[in-house]
Write a new protein. Structure first.
Length: 66
């Protein structure tokens, strides 16, 4: 959520709260903020039409013994 803030002297006023993101998935904690506070990292699902081959290495510990 974000609000506009107006401060003048000793007065302080906020605007109406509005959602920053509408990603529609996950929980409230599925994001992170950069150290400088200027960027957000939010995981999003990849398109279902995208598929890349994967390689699964079985019994890889046997190769370490050689």
């Amino acid at each position: 959520m974000a609000v506009d803030v107006k401060a003048s002297g000793s007065s302080f006023a906020t605007g109406v709260a509005k959602a920053l993101f509408d990603w529609g998935i996950g929980s409230l904690f599925d994001f992170d903020v950069s150290g400088d506070g200027r960027r957000f990292l939010i995981p999003v699902p990849i398109e279902e039409s995208w598929s890349a081959p994967i390689t699964v290495a079985l019994n890889w510990t046997a190769d370490l013994k050689r």
